[in-house]
Ligand binder design. Structure first.
Ligand code: NAD
Ligand code: ZN
Length: 384
């Protein structure tokens, strides 16, 4: 044996294997994705380019109902050999069942290891489920994502995570497995139900609060208008998407595998995961995130990390986006304390609680007390 890459202790027969894993993946905005002349969805074979037969296209059932004929036309006009699987999508369906359905179908059509990556077209539930299925199939094959909700376009698109809910907890089972390619086409938002559009605004609000005063100003001034126009026109819509996706990419890239458990992007995601699961189906993810953003801003204001006027502005903008600023479960100190305890397990023993110090900046605290939670509940009550 010559030239071992890492030290080998021959006396003890002990080996240390060290390897690094670098990834590169693309997130791209592309208008008019379903136009048969737009080549973007004609994902070329990956790997050695072997012509590998059928490709699976997994569709969110709403996408199948609204865009099914156009999607089928796209692939047939491009001469692609594809098979379709449509799945019901909502948080309640984010379980192992659809994962196994996808794996079964991948087997049936004879999916190759690399060259015919499945394409997922739908909201965050669908893309998380397809991501998990493909990361498990043959221990991991590539996949392509087309997010079709505002939330998935600005949040899931950049992320490397997949997952399903389990045992009453959000995303308790999942993997780190970024899509080889993510294609964003805002025109899908034209058919998104109003409530889901606002839901996506919950994550845009979070990005503004942690990373961009400019984005927050845009939400303040044009937020309601953007919801109304469904992001279909104008410079502002493009800028808001660019700031949200770009901000997310900048936050995630240096810590993609979450080795550092102090994450600004966890803002709005400390108390909300448990509340959201307990409230199902009453609260959507972005609504729960918005509530957590407001609650955490109250905590920051009570610690004098931000001014009362900043808190008031955050509450006003959240309301204007049509997002909730108070909810019964966010008034339950016991539940919030339990949520924080689970969050501490998730952050491996630390609270690492992101709190705002100004709009666009956070600091992490590790000494939040139950009394502070109870006092913040009293403030949130007044928003009824
Ligand atoms: N992987 C990650 O890093 C990450 C990040 C954020 C959120 N998520 C996950 O995303 C999920 C939420 O995603 P979501 O908000 O997209 O919800 P969703 O996937 O449930 O979609 C919302 C609803 O909109 C429908 N729909 C989708 N696109 C449509 C369109 N263009 N027109 C009409 N209807 C459409 C869906 O069928 C569904 O009924 C959560 O499970 C969350 O955990 C994952
Ligand atoms: Zn989120």
């Amino acid at each position: 044996v010559t030239g071992p890459a890492t030290p080998i202790d021959r006396e003890l027969n002990r080996w240390t294997i060290q390897s690094s894993f670098s990834v590169r993946y693309e997130v791209e905005e592309t208008p008019d994705l379903l136009n048969p002349n737009n080549p973007k969805l004609r994902v070329p074979p990956l790997g050695d380019g072997t012509d590998s037969g059928t490709r699976l296209v997994v569709l969110d059932h709403s996408i199948d109902a609204l865009y099914g004929p156009r999607i089928r036309r796209y692939f047939s006009m491009n001469g692609a050999d594809v098979d379709y699987l449509a799945l019901p999508c909502a948080e309640e369906f984010k379980s192992i069942d659809p994962v196994l359905k996808i794996v079964t179908r991948l087997n049936e059509i004879g999916t190759y290891r690399l060259s015919n990556p499945p394409i997922a077209i739908g909201g965050g539930v669908l893309t998380d489920v397809v991501g998990l299925a493909t990361s498990l199939y043959r221990r991991g094959i590539p996949y392509v994502r087309v997010p079709t909700t505002l939330l998935s376009q600005i949040d899931v698109s950049v992320a490397a995570k997949t997952g399903i809910n389990f045992g009453g907890y959000r995303n308790r089972i999942g993997t780190y497995s970024p899509a080889a390619k993510t294609l964003i086409d805002r025109s899908f938002l034209a058919t998104l139900p109003d409530r889901h559009l606002r839901n996506g605004m919950g994550e845009v609000l979070k990005m503004a609060l942690i990373s961009s005063a400019r984005l927050f100003d845009l939400l303040d001034e044009f937020g309601a208008e953007l919801v109304e126009s469904r992001f279909q026109a104008g410079e502002t819509a493009a800028e808001v998407i660019a700031l949200a996706v770009g901000g997310m990419a900048m936050e995630l890239e240096p810590n993609l595998w979450e080795k550092d458990l102090c994450r600004a992007v966890d803002y709005g995601h400390s108390f909300s995961p448990l509340v959201e699961m307990r409230a199902l189906p009453d609260l959507l993810h972005g609504e729960a995130v918005a509530l957590d953003c407001v609650f955490s801003a109250i905590l920051a204001a009570r610690r004098r990390l931000i001014q009362e006027s900043t808190l008031d502005r955050i509450v006003a903008v959240t309301r204007r986006l049509g997002l909730p600023v108070v909810h019964d479960l966010f008034l339950d100190t016991d539940l919030l304390a339990e949520a924080l305890a689970d969050c501490v397990r998730h952050r491996n023993g630390n609270q690492n609680l992101p709190l705002l110090t100004e709009i666009g900046r956070v600091r992490f605290v590790n000494d939040l007390t139950r009394n502070e939670i109870a006092a913040a509940v009293d403030v949130m009550k007044t928003y009824r």
